[in-house]
Design a protein around this ligand. Structure first.
Ligand SMILES: [Fe+2]
Length: 310
């Protein structure tokens, strides 16, 4: 992997006219995540999307370096944060949503089906009362709901498959699809986490590919390919429809399902997953400190098995 995959690269995708947002994508190299600032160029109001709270899986220490980088860009560009948004409770990284809310006063939001995801993970962790999305997020969006970022309208599309409650934010000609499509030369995201469903993910990709051809799709992760030397995250619907190696036009559903399920069976779980979900389902907060003032996480032993290797 080339060195550019180890840098927190920032790329700007400018507004293309009326009802089209300015978008900054910021690559987080430890987890291969792409974090976004989606701004209305007129009012300078912005939504922050899928921002990472850095977590070292060896030492179990957190850092706000990525979130601070995002806030530096917000300040530099004279933006004001109106929303702290997440597409789903992430498995590969801790969410910076609570950290960002404290620093910006902006409300946090995620999809309403996070209630079901919280139920599922509360059984896995045997933490029956720990998660309450209605308490821990300011807003839970339902399918088709709209909200404003400045003078622009943002629309919520339910996009299940990777999780049962993932959502896409569509803002003018930009769509933040996170773990659905990957970059066209990589294909699609995995669908094997608890609550994931490959058949639903197929339907989701087909819905996203029906957006207008010039819609800029912004994905959530990139780990590159053996041929590509730099992280990439932005491609149009039309580029995906002609080049996406998993779902380009003409792909048969059955072929994709076989490919997706075969590949998912070989993928290891993300190293941060069991730490991440119990923080993310608390709206990006650690559990309350114990009597010694420290925070502790809980880990289920032998709940998950090691995948077969390739
Ligand atoms: Fe994810």
């Amino acid at each position: 992997m080339s060195d550019s995959f180890k840098q927190p690269i920032v790329r700007f995708s400018p507004s293309r006219g009326a009802e089209s947002p300015d978008v900054w994508g910021v690559y987080e190299p430890d987890t291969g995540s792409v974090q976004y600032i989606c701004a209305d160029p007129g009012s300078k109001r912005a939504g922050l999307i899928d921002v990472v709270w850095n977590f070292d899986p060896q030492s179990y220490s957190t850092s706000s370096a990525s979130a601070d980088q995002i806030l530096d860009i917000v300040r530099e560009k004279d933006l004001s944060v109106e929303w702290v948004l997440d597409t789903h409770p992430h498995a590969d990284h801790l969410m910076a949503s609570d950290y960002l809310k404290q620093r910006t006063d902006a409300p946090t939001a995620i999809g309403e089906k996070v209630r079901e995801i919280a139920g599922l993970w509360s059984r896995i962790y045997h933490l029956p009362h720990a998660f309450d999305p209605d308490r821990d997020f300011d807003r839970l969006f339902s399918e088709g709901e709209t909200f404003s970022i400045g003078d622009m309208e943002a629309r919520v599309l339910l996009s299940p498959g990777h999780t049962l409650g993932s959502i896409t934010f569509v803002v003018g000609d930009a769509a933040f699809v996170h773990d659905t499509l990957m970059y066209p030369d990589v294909g699609t995201s995995r669908a094997d986490f608890p609550g994931g469903d490959a058949e639903q993910l197929w339907e989701t990709t087909q819905t996203l590919l029906q957006l207008p051809a010039q819609t800029r799709l912004f994905i959530g992760h990139d780990y590159g390919t053996s041929e590509r030397q730099e992280p990439q995250w932005e491609a149009t619907v039309s580029e995906h429809r002609s080049h996406n190696v998993h779902v380009k036009d003409g792909t048969r559903r059955e072929d994709w399902l076989e490919l997706r399920r075969g590949r998912d069976a070989t993928l290891p779980l993300p190293d941060r997953m069991l730490a991440a979900l119990q923080v993310n389902l608390r709206g990006g907060r650690l559990p309350e400190p114990e009597a010694d003032g420290r925070h502790y996480l809980k880990l289920p032993v032998n709940h998950f098995s090691t995948p077969q290797s390739d």
